[in-house]
Design a protein around this ligand. Sequence first.
Ligand code: ADP
Length: 515
Amino acid sequence: GRIRKWYGTLTDIEDRKRAEEKLRRSETYLAEAQKLTRTGSWAWDARTEKMLYCSDELFRMFALDPEEDLPSEKIWDRLVPEDRNRVRQVCSEAVRARSAFAEEYRAVLPDGKMKHIHVTGHPILDEAGKVFEYVGTNVDVTERKRMEEELRGSEARFRTFVDHATDAFILHGEDGTILDVNRHACESLGYSRDELVGVALTAFDPRADTAHMQLIGERLASGEVVTFETRYRRKDGTQFPAEVRVREFRQDSRRLAISFVRDITERERTQQERERLRQLEADLARMNRVSIMGELAASLAHEIKQPMAAAVLNARTCARWLRRDVPDLSEAVDAASKMVDDVTRAAAIIDRVRSLYRRDAPQSESVDLNEVVREMASLLGEAGARSSVSIRTELDPGLPPITADRVQLQQVLMNLMLNGVEAMRDRGDELTVTSGRTEDGEFLISVRDCGVGLSPHENERIFETFFTTKPQGTGMGLSISRRIIEAHGGRLWASANVPSGAIFQFTVPAPQDGS
Ligand code: ADP
């Protein structure tokens, strides 16, 4: 029973060891690659419907232990029920058809987390052409799904934002071909999105010519945001004015441009309307002056007649002294200098009236309010007399000069006084203009008439531009007057006179030193 001899063989297992080492390495690399790409691989026996092989990554994917038996039902259990039925059906159909399959499903792990998994399987057929195995991969696409959903969400948000924008957004390629548009672009041009995509933007712009487009292209290429105004033609042939802002940007290696198109019909209309009103206002302001000028022509004639008559008288006297046998030079000189005075007075009256029609910029000069009232009372005396209205002034002598625009204040007084005269036309009454101070020390001018008066609802409306109750009225006088007084830092308002008529009053600030 004792060992006598040992027999043995030596086998060179170098190659086998190397092969094993190589296999181990390649298995490690494969496992690493599977981990990195979140890909698990498997083999499935079509006849026994059992798993033949599952890679470690596959176990991990479903939170299963690689040390345990090969899972089969455990994996199916992880699938959300509605996906489970669908994928089972796809698999059995693939087996029947001996075809490959690819599906995506959701699985819920024990910790409640949901995974999105993409599975692909390939059949392996035996010699008889029967499926005996399927090999395949499962890829965890949860992260990709999340990113896709996020992107879809942000795209949807962006799309909503772009579609609700009140400007038209047009995305176009370097050659001007439209690539995408927002809803507003479709609405304003009258085309559907499909009709617009692929068409050159210039097709809607009758003004776009090659030179113009080239110039814009060059400016865009230099990084500029180009803004221009043009007109776009709608599908129905009508056109609308548009302000276009274009900027270029790069997407990968492509040069794209985006145009923001704003319909400026309303803006143009407002501008035109404003211009029309400005023109109308200017015309009416001129008419206001012209109609006042008509009134003044009579007063002017009357005022000038008197110094002219005196000048003629003095000229005759002067001639008489000179024609004497012994000319009395001293009397002649006396008469001639009186004549100079008369003519100077006439010239001063003309100057005063002329100053009312000059279109000068507002002046700041020292103005004696009482003097302005006196002047206007005398200028309008004749106009009043023709309407049987006399003008009376009650002036506070203690008002120092203020800094103001004399001509503008004359205009205000003239407007108020002529309105008063018109309100009392042929009633044979008196228009009273007083100067004084308010309780706050401001200077106050009141023009009081006993005319038709103001109805309560007219009280503020009369200051609106163009409000008039007179057939020949312009409705400018009071609005211009109020504007002038406000520009001087004062107020102009109307109230009822007792027992009848209206009082128009305005204030102007007292001079700075308070005197
Ligand atoms: P216009 O005299 O050209 O109508 P105004 O702006 O000077 O323009 O006056 C507007 C309106 O205010 C007049 O049409 C008139 O109805 C009313 N109004 C102005 N002053 C008086 C006044 N003293 N008495 C009654 N109504 C007046």
